[in-house]
Design a protein around this ligand. Structure first.
Ligand SMILES: [Zn+2]
Length: 144
Protein backbone atom coordinates (compact mmCIF):
# COMPACT_ATOMS: atom_id res chain seq x y z
CA UNK A 1 0.00 0.00 0.00
CA UNK A 2 1.43 3.36 -1.02
CA UNK A 3 0.25 6.90 -0.59
CA UNK A 4 0.36 9.25 -3.58
CA UNK A 5 2.35 12.34 -2.83
CA UNK A 6 4.46 10.60 -0.19
CA UNK A 7 8.14 11.07 -1.01
CA UNK A 8 9.15 7.87 0.77
CA UNK A 9 6.56 5.83 -1.17
CA UNK A 10 7.99 7.35 -4.34
CA UNK A 11 11.52 6.34 -3.32
CA UNK A 12 10.38 2.80 -2.45
CA UNK A 13 8.74 2.42 -5.87
CA UNK A 14 11.75 3.98 -7.67
CA UNK A 15 9.78 7.04 -8.77
CA UNK A 16 12.03 9.42 -6.84
CA UNK A 17 15.80 9.50 -6.59
CA UNK A 18 17.58 8.19 -3.51
CA UNK A 19 20.83 6.45 -2.63
CA UNK A 20 19.47 3.00 -1.78
CA UNK A 21 21.42 0.89 0.70
CA UNK A 22 19.07 -2.10 0.93
CA UNK A 23 15.61 -3.15 -0.21
CA UNK A 24 13.57 -6.32 0.18
CA UNK A 25 9.84 -7.09 0.17
CA UNK A 26 9.29 -5.40 3.55
CA UNK A 27 11.71 -2.53 4.11
CA UNK A 28 13.93 -0.08 2.26
CA UNK A 29 17.01 1.73 3.57
CA UNK A 30 18.45 4.80 1.90
CA UNK A 31 20.69 7.72 2.72
CA UNK A 32 19.03 10.67 4.47
CA UNK A 33 19.09 13.61 2.05
CA UNK A 34 20.04 15.89 4.97
CA UNK A 35 22.43 13.75 7.01
CA UNK A 36 23.41 14.90 10.48
CA UNK A 37 26.58 12.79 10.08
CA UNK A 38 28.00 11.00 7.00
CA UNK A 39 26.28 7.62 6.74
CA UNK A 40 22.97 8.76 8.27
CA UNK A 41 20.53 6.19 6.89
CA UNK A 42 16.74 5.93 7.00
CA UNK A 43 14.89 2.62 7.32
CA UNK A 44 11.30 2.75 6.06
CA UNK A 45 8.62 0.08 5.77
CA UNK A 46 7.53 -0.54 2.18
CA UNK A 47 3.94 -0.25 3.44
CA UNK A 48 2.77 3.34 3.94
CA UNK A 49 1.86 4.27 7.50
CA UNK A 50 2.07 7.82 8.80
CA UNK A 51 2.78 6.73 12.37
CA UNK A 52 4.34 3.90 14.33
CA UNK A 53 1.15 2.66 16.01
CA UNK A 54 -0.49 2.26 12.60
CA UNK A 55 2.28 0.03 11.30
CA UNK A 56 1.77 -3.75 11.49
CA UNK A 57 4.08 -5.80 13.71
CA UNK A 58 5.75 -7.58 10.80
CA UNK A 59 6.96 -4.36 9.18
CA UNK A 60 7.88 -2.81 12.54
CA UNK A 61 9.98 -5.87 13.33
CA UNK A 62 11.64 -5.82 9.93
CA UNK A 63 12.59 -2.16 10.50
CA UNK A 64 14.47 -2.86 13.72
CA UNK A 65 16.07 -6.00 12.27
CA UNK A 66 17.46 -3.98 9.38
CA UNK A 67 18.57 -1.15 11.69
CA UNK A 68 20.53 -3.72 13.72
CA UNK A 69 22.31 -4.93 10.57
CA UNK A 70 22.99 -1.37 9.42
CA UNK A 71 24.51 -0.47 12.78
CA UNK A 72 26.99 -3.30 12.35
CA UNK A 73 27.64 -2.40 8.71
CA UNK A 74 28.27 1.25 9.58
CA UNK A 75 30.83 0.26 12.20
CA UNK A 76 32.52 -2.10 9.71
CA UNK A 77 32.42 0.41 6.84
CA UNK A 78 35.00 2.99 5.80
CA UNK A 79 32.77 5.73 7.27
CA UNK A 80 33.62 7.09 10.68
CA UNK A 81 31.37 5.35 13.17
CA UNK A 82 32.22 4.81 16.81
CA UNK A 83 28.64 4.46 17.96
CA UNK A 84 25.08 4.55 16.59
CA UNK A 85 21.89 6.31 17.57
CA UNK A 86 18.49 5.02 16.46
CA UNK A 87 15.80 7.69 16.38
CA UNK A 88 12.15 7.44 15.40
CA UNK A 89 10.20 10.72 15.49
CA UNK A 90 6.52 9.78 15.85
CA UNK A 91 4.32 12.85 15.36
CA UNK A 92 5.02 16.52 14.64
CA UNK A 93 5.68 17.38 18.28
CA UNK A 94 8.38 14.68 18.28
CA UNK A 95 10.04 16.23 15.25
CA UNK A 96 8.52 14.07 12.48
CA UNK A 97 8.49 15.97 9.17
CA UNK A 98 7.83 13.17 6.63
CA UNK A 99 4.64 11.31 7.49
CA UNK A 100 5.71 7.83 6.46
CA UNK A 101 7.13 6.17 9.54
CA UNK A 102 10.94 5.94 9.40
CA UNK A 103 13.81 4.98 11.64
CA UNK A 104 16.99 7.04 11.58
CA UNK A 105 20.24 5.10 11.89
CA UNK A 106 22.85 7.72 12.76
CA UNK A 107 26.56 6.95 12.99
CA UNK A 108 28.24 8.80 15.86
CA UNK A 109 31.84 9.65 16.67
CA UNK A 110 33.67 11.63 19.29
CA UNK A 111 33.40 15.35 18.61
CA UNK A 112 30.65 15.05 15.97
CA UNK A 113 28.16 17.94 15.65
CA UNK A 114 25.12 15.75 16.35
CA UNK A 115 23.37 16.07 19.68
CA UNK A 116 20.21 14.59 21.11
CA UNK A 117 18.95 16.62 24.03
CA UNK A 118 16.18 15.18 26.16
CA UNK A 119 16.45 17.67 29.05
CA UNK A 120 18.23 20.94 29.60
CA UNK A 121 19.28 19.54 32.97
CA UNK A 122 18.64 16.22 34.67
CA UNK A 123 15.12 16.21 36.10
CA UNK A 124 14.39 15.21 39.66
CA UNK A 125 13.36 11.56 39.87
CA UNK A 126 9.57 11.34 40.28
CA UNK A 127 8.05 9.50 43.23
CA UNK A 128 7.43 5.77 42.81
CA UNK A 129 3.67 6.39 43.08
CA UNK A 130 3.83 8.71 40.08
CA UNK A 131 5.81 6.16 38.04
CA UNK A 132 3.33 3.44 39.09
CA UNK A 133 0.40 5.66 37.98
CA UNK A 134 2.04 6.30 34.60
CA UNK A 135 2.75 2.58 34.17
CA UNK A 136 -0.90 1.79 34.99
CA UNK A 137 -2.19 4.36 32.46
CA UNK A 138 -0.06 2.84 29.68
CA UNK A 139 -0.94 -0.73 30.74
CA UNK A 140 -4.67 0.08 30.53
CA UNK A 141 -4.19 1.34 26.98
CA UNK A 142 -2.09 -1.74 26.05
CA UNK A 143 -4.80 -4.06 27.38
CA UNK A 144 -7.64 -2.16 25.65
ZN1 LIG B 1 4.53 6.66 2.14
Amino acid sequence: MTDSGCIFCEIISDKAEASIVFQDDFVTAFMDAFPVNPGHTLVVPNQHSPDLAGLDELHAGKMIQLARKLAGALRASSLRCEGVNLLLADGPVAGQTVFHVHLHVIPRFIGDPCGIRLHTEPPAAPAREQLDAHAAAIKRALDA
